[in-house]
Design a protein around this ligand. Structure first.
Ligand code: DGY
Length: 317
């Protein structure tokens, strides 16, 4: 039996499977852990399952010499010092594939909510301000024939792009490393990010957070979007310069934004909170019962494999 540290209780029955064969310590609900706090919690554990806001810093690898695997309960791994993990010989795993469709659905929920003013309409009804049908009540933006700009063509970006066909949108995509199968799709690849931005009626972000993508959507790039364009972000908040986004919205240059993630999550830029043209969600991309249980199963199976001396199912390169 190995000591396994889990930083939060997880949906589904996966942790019961783990606890049947290992000593599992589950942290009670609390704020995300700093590197020092996580190191203290992991202690002498051989495996750790952690959340996307827990900081798996070099300090964790230096202070936890028995650690063999960190299973991130997320597909994004920007919370983990991967170089330090490699140097320490610790395997890092994530949860790809199982959350792709849920995250693409949520992206479209945000896109439609912004374009068709769904949340404003809900507020109007609840506040007793619905006095009857009017030809000009809460007019939104039609999507048919418009261009969806997709930044990042990993699994989620592609799943979002696939759905665009059903809404009659053209897909214009940009990726640092376009996948080979993109040639079999009706999507157009932009020659550069600037070209994509200058042609996107709706921009949706699906790139991982890396040093290259931090602040990718800055004031200059936001300024390239056509007047009235909408932004949707279900990737990582730090990809967007939130102050620049607020300035573009305040200047009336953008048609709205749908955000699931924030630059200083869980804090939200105060300039966003009072705006009717912005829909804000609390990082719900993968939040379906089915998906969160599947993520737990995958994280647990990765841990079980490593502790049994088998290769992990979804190692992070
Ligand atoms: C992830 O897995 O990276 C998502 O942000 C979780 O919803």
């Amino acid at each position: 039996m190995s000591d396994v540290a889990v930083t939060a209780s997880l949906p589904g029955a996966a942790l019961d499977r783990l606890a049947a064969v290992h000593d599992v310590r589950v942290r009670p609900p609390g704020p995300p852990l700093s590197g020092a706090e996580l190191a203290a919690f992991v202690g002498g554990a051989e495996a750790c399952i952690c959340l996307l806001a827990d900081r798996v810093s070099a300090e964790v690898f230096a202070s936890c010499p028995r650690l063999r695997v960190v299973a991130n309960y997320a597909v994004g791994t920007n919370n983990i010092d991967l170089a330090a993990a490699r140097a320490a010989g610790v395997v890092v795993t994530n949860t790809p594939d199982v959350l792709t469709e849920a995250t693409a659905d949520l992206t479209w929920s945000l896109l439609l909510a912004v374009a068709r003013r769904v949340v404003e309409g809900d507020r109007l009804v609840r506040e007793g301000r619905f006095t009857g049908w009017r030809p000009d009540l809460l007019l939104g933006t039609g999507l048919q024939g418009k261009t969806l700009g997709v930044v990042g063509l990993g699994r989620i970006g592609r799943a979002v792009a696939r759905r665009a066909v059903a809404f009659g949108m053209r897909v214009l995509a940009w990726s640092r490393r376009p996948p080979a199968d993109v040639l079999d799709t009706p999507w157009e690849m932009a020659g550069s990010l600037d070209e994509l931005l200058s042609r996107a009626d709706v921009l949706t972000l699906h790139c991982p957070l890396t040093p290259d993508t931090r602040g990718l959507l800055d004031a200059r790039r936001l300024g390239l979007l056509p007047a009235g364009a909408m932004l949707v972000n279900t990737s990582r908040g730090e990809v967007v310069d939130e102050a620049a986004l607020v300035a573009a919205l305040e200047a009336g240059r953008l048609g709205g934004a749908g955000l699931d993630v924030y630059e200083r999550e869980p804090a939200v830029h105060p300039g966003l909170l009072g705006r009717d043209d912005v829909v804000l969600l609390p990082h719900l991309g993968s939040a379906t019962r089915e998906t969160r249980a599947a993520m737990a199963d995958l994280a647990v199976d990765n841990v079980l494999n490593i502790l049994a001396g088998h290769p992990p199912l979804t190692p992070v390169a």
